[in-house]
Ligand binder design. Structure first.
Ligand code: MN
Ligand code: MN
Length: 466
């Protein structure tokens, strides 16, 4: 009887698809490695909260690892390491392969922008002796989540004389922080009747930035004047300079361990920095690869990959074309033979909201990297839908290297949907599939991932480049 049961179990093992908890699939040393890797990740999450700060962070790391600024007129040889900084908001890291670029490149593509609030071009106003900033939210947020939490301000202001000033306030010990006020429950009976998306409306996302007047003298808008005086003293800017600024409001939380067992990480911006970090770390460790290895950390994914720093633009195509030209290869040959892992997150199965998931096809935290064959909505619309052949190649690569992986789909059919950069990579005639990390509370000011999944992503990108 016992032996028969074993036979059935082993038959099941051989025939069924089941994803496994990483801790059941690998040894203790790899779990320890995952915990160690997570320490570096948390440091990055506190440093690189916006796309601009992430570019600075990875450019610095790349330089320290021997990468030099890309020169389209140079000639590179196998093993050379280059980086291309696209307008301070996206960055490409590449290591030249032993094979000609005619054999294609191995590309990992993640995004370093995350949902947030941007200041409007003319943001500062005073009302009832309070100074506030008007905002316009960026990306898909649940607006009510952004009230009554500590916020910080990041970005750049370009002054009338062309000088660029960097702003980062609310992150360092002793910095002031900012907040969006919410209504007290005692007076919220009308607000409570609003539907959840309107619980806080777009024009109610106003940031409180001050409350003391400039002086006792007569006059209007003295609180606003005081704020401008402080900003002028600190940054040398005037109100007009806001017109040529990009100032982003993000949660001031630090990345932190979550859970008694410290198995999880809570932070702002896991989507998609939890894929950007391992994709960057993997290429920083690449030496003399067979195929040219490329990690691209892009901007603007959260609003549709638009703009010249988003992947809908031609900057990746031109970068590959420049590499191809150096080697006397037609650019389309290099592109056609390239392969890409579109490194983006998927929604982790959340037992509290089980209704929206189809469990057999959902990713789970701690079950390793998630391969997402297609994204999209309403019948896969807006998805690139990876081929069976490419899925097969990636799956084989992961299995042969002992990397724990799972499949995932973004919720039940017709419940919602989403997209990634995969479709824009596919437009370049490159084989591509989404491979990333399951996230709980995705797009919330404080998201959650598992350390084991983060580490499996690092291992996946490392073997992809090898
Ligand atoms: Mn994403
Ligand atoms: Mn997203």
């Amino acid at each position: 009887m016992f032996e028969q049961k074993n036979a059935i179990e082993s038959l099941k093992e051989g025939l069924f698809y089941n994803s496994k908890h990483v801790c059941e699939a690998v040894g203790e040393s790899e779990i320890n490695a995952a915990d160690d890797f997570s320490e570096g990740y948390k440091e990055y999450m506190n440093e690189g909260k916006t796309e601009r700060e992430s570019v600075c962070y990875f450019e610095e790391k790349a330089k320290n690892a021997g990468f030099v600024e890309f020169d389209a007129n140079a000639k590179y040889v196998a093993g050379d390491k280059v980086y291309y900084n696209n307008r301070g908001k996206s960055i490409i890291l590449a290591v030249i392969g032993r094979r000609s670029i005619a054999s294609g490149a191995k590309i990992a593509a993640a995004h370093i922008d995350s949902p947030r609030l941007d200041l409007k071009p003319n943001p500062l106003y005073e009302d009832s002796e309070m100074a506030l900033f008007k905002t316009h939210y960026y990306g898909g947020i649940k607006k009510y989540q952004w009230t009554a939490i500590p916020l910080s301000i990041h970005g750049v202001v370009v002054k009338g004389d062309g000088e660029k000033v960097f702003v980062r306030i609310g992150e360092d010990e002793g910095d002031p922080q900012f907040v969006i006020t919410d209504l007290l429950p005692h007076l919220a009976s009308e607000q409570n009747k609003r539907s959840l998306p309107d619980g806080i409306k777009g024009e109610e996302l106003n940031i409180l930035v001050g409350s003391r007047p400039f002086s006792k003298d007569e006059g209007s808008e003295k609180v606003k004047l005081n704020i401008l005086k402080i900003l002028n003293k600190k940054y040398g800017i005037t109100e007009t300079d806001f017109l040529s600024a990009e100032l982003e409001i993000v949660p001031a939380f630090k990345a932190t361990d979550i859970g008694f067992d410290r198995s999880l990480i809570g932070a702002y911006g896991h989507d998609d920095k939890c894929c950007a970090y391992p994709a960057a770390e993997a290429i920083l460790g690449v030496e003399n690869p067979e195929y040219t290895a490329v990690t691209i950390l892009t901007d603007k994914e959260e609003i549709g990959s638009v703009g010249n720093t988003g992947l809908h633009s031609s900057y990746l195509k031109y970068f590959i074309a420049d590499l191809a030209a150096m080697q006397g290869v037609e650019p389309w040959v290099a592109l056609r033979n390239s392969e890409c892992l579109s490194a983006d997150v998927n929604s982790a199965y959340d037992t509290t909201f089980a209704d929206v998931f189809e469990k057999r096809n959902s990713s789970q935290i701690n079950h390793g990297v998630v391969i997402t064959k297609y994204t999209g909505a309403r019948g896969k619309s807006g998805s690139s839908d990876a081929s069976a052949e490419y899925m097969g190649r990636i799956r084989k690569m992961l299995d042969e290297n002992g990397i724990v992986w799972q499949i995932g789909e973004l919720g039940k059919v017709d419940i919602g949907g989403g997209g990634t950069v995969a479709q824009y990579i596919a437009d370049l005639d490159i084989d591509v599939v989404d491979l990333g990390i399951p996230v709980l509370s995705m797009h919330a000011p404080f998201e959650v991932i598992a350390k084991t999944d983060l580490y499996m992503a690092y291992r996946a990108f490392s073997v992809f480049f090898k």
